[in-house]
Design a protein around this ligand. Sequence first.
Ligand SMILES: [Zn+2]
Length: 124
Amino acid sequence: MAKCDEGYICEVCGEDVAEITDSDLYLRYVVGMVDPETLHTTRERHIRCNPALGQFIVDDAFEAVNCTGPFDKRDLDPEFVRQREDLITRGWRRLGEVVKHRLPIVDYPLPEVARRNQIATDST
Ligand SMILES: [Zn+2]
């Protein structure tokens, strides 16, 4: 894994993003917030270093992240928060699955995101 030396450094804290389940970039890819085309040019971050997104992971296996400031989910619309928590939590669990099953990167996204990517590819 020589690429670790240069490619997967968190732009917030400067530490290695060692596990895919710590990766903000791959989490956003899985839930459709990062285009497959821009995946390799987007900077990497730890999920914990991006609390605005990390706060939406609600899972006993994930140590909760608090986001203070304007993006604190406690100040956001409850219905929006509910949808976000559902999507981001499923995305985070999906990262665990892709590691376990060693899936190819094209198969990482959640089913509804994969369908959307497919449509986007077909129309170009
Ligand atoms: Zn970091």
